[in-house]
Design a protein around this ligand. Structure first.
Ligand SMILES: [Zn+2]
Length: 392
């Protein structure tokens, strides 16, 4: 799968979403495609890949009713992520620079190019973000500078703002959002915007109302598995397991595929970490809850989200096992461990809903950037109290 040195890799083919693609292509053919689209839906279902396809559609030199031609110079450039008039802005770790806003803007632009270079080299690589990332005011300033420039090849330019809800996660959120809004409100002729978001309700209402919203649904388990075996060349057994854990998301499924040189799959690592948390809450060794919380960094709570989702899936599995239906667990490879934990912890299924509330509370704290160690410690305490018969 890795490209040979110097070889450029093409984007993987877009899977699914056929009805939406047909509608978008037809609308573009009639020259009625909105200048600002907001693609929203669950994480990892291919929103950014679809946005790249829409970019290709808009920039294709041989516009037809059926969508982009895949053959013209524009299409070829876009499939290699090298089209000079397609600008992909995505959340990044904040660079540590001192000095004025110009220095920060330059550093952000440099970090963006580095990230795009990584994606070009390995477009299928799964990324797990445990570190806080954002779309900063500086990012939007850079975007606005590009909007003001003329397209370099034709008459159109396309801007993709990925995970747009992360505009709202910053201190200067309103400022960054409003700056983007200005571009959306008065785009120069031939300029299109595509926003993607997992949580559109976190966007400024004014941004939502300036764009046409398109819901992107998850793929079926079979579609995910098919993608993994055919496009990503994943072995059948691994693909089956990854698809079963993926919840309709190719991005998520890729996170359950081990690295080429045998490194653990990034999401599997988090899934195990989450299981250890649940185990520490239910049947702790002395001091274990405290020690487990030290596994988490003292800052940057946002990255906890993925771990908390796994804690939730383990708790649901415990309920399923406690109800006597172990065949229905989501984490089917861990059935024995779950059964053991239910017996040892004397888990009663009616106690699970309260424990899920504890996860929700932790999630809210994480969104507010509370110290992750404190969040995890509190969560383990709450889980222990809600799940065990004798209060600890
Ligand atoms: Zn084309």
């Amino acid at each position: 799968m890795a490209p040979a040195e110097g070889e450029l890799m093409n984007l993987h083919p877009l899977s699914g979403h056929e009805a939406i693609r047909r509608a978008l292509a037809a609308s573009h053919h009639r020259e009625e495609l909105p200048t600002a689209l907001l693609l929203h839906g669950p994480p990892g279902v291919g929103k950014q890949r679809l946005a790249l396809w829409i970019g290709q559609l808009l920039l294709c030199e041989a516009r037809g009713e059926a969508g982009p031609c895949d053959a013209c110079k524009s299409c070829r450039l876009q499939l290699r992520l090298e089209h000079p008039d397609f600008h992909w802005f995505l959340p990044l770790k904040r660079p540590s620079v001192t000095g004025g806003s110009e220095r920060l803007d330059d550093a952000l632009e440099e970090a963006r190019w580095e990230r795009l270079e990584e994606i070009r080299a390995s477009p299928l690589h799964a990324s797990v973000h445990e570190e806080p990332r954002g779309l900063y005011l500086g990012t939007v300033r850079n975007l606005r500078r590009r909007v003001q420039r003329r397209p370099s090849t034709g008459t159109r330019q396309v801007f993709l703002v990925a995970e747009a809800e992360l505009l709202a996660a910053q201190e200067s959120s309103a400022e960054a959002g409003n700056a983007l809004l200005k571009s959306l409100e008065e785009p120069p002729e031939g300029t299109s915007f595509i926003l993607t978001s997992n949580e559109p309700e976190r966007l400024l209402p004014t941004i939502r109302s300036r764009s046409v919203q398109v819901h992107i649904a998850g793929l079926t388990g079979e579609e995910v598995e098919h993608f993994l075996t055919t496009v990503a060349e994943v072995e059948e057994e691994t693909a089956k397991k990854a698809a079963s854990l993926a919840q309709g998301s190719i991005g998520r499924a890729m996170g359950f595929v081990p690295g080429e040189s045998g490194q653990e799959a990034p999401l599997d690592d988090l899934r195990r970490k989450a299981f250890r948390l649940v185990r520490a809450a239910i049947a702790p060794r002395p001091g274990e809850r405290f020690l487990r919380s030290l596994d988490f960094p003292p800052a940057g709570g946002r990255g906890l989200g993925e771990t908390l989702s796994f804690v939730e899936s383990w708790l649901r599995d415990l309920a399923v096992v406690a109800l006597g239906d172990p065949d229905s667990v989501l984490n089917s490879d861990a059935r024995a461990g779950l059964e053991e934990l239910v017996t040892r912890g004397r888990i009663r299924p009616e106690l699970i809903p309260e424990s899920l509330h504890a996860v929700d509370r932790a999630r809210m704290l994480a969104a507010g950037n509370v110290n992750p160690q404190l969040i995890v410690h509190g969560l383990l305490h709450d889980l222990a109290r809600s799940l065990t018969v004798e209060a600890p």
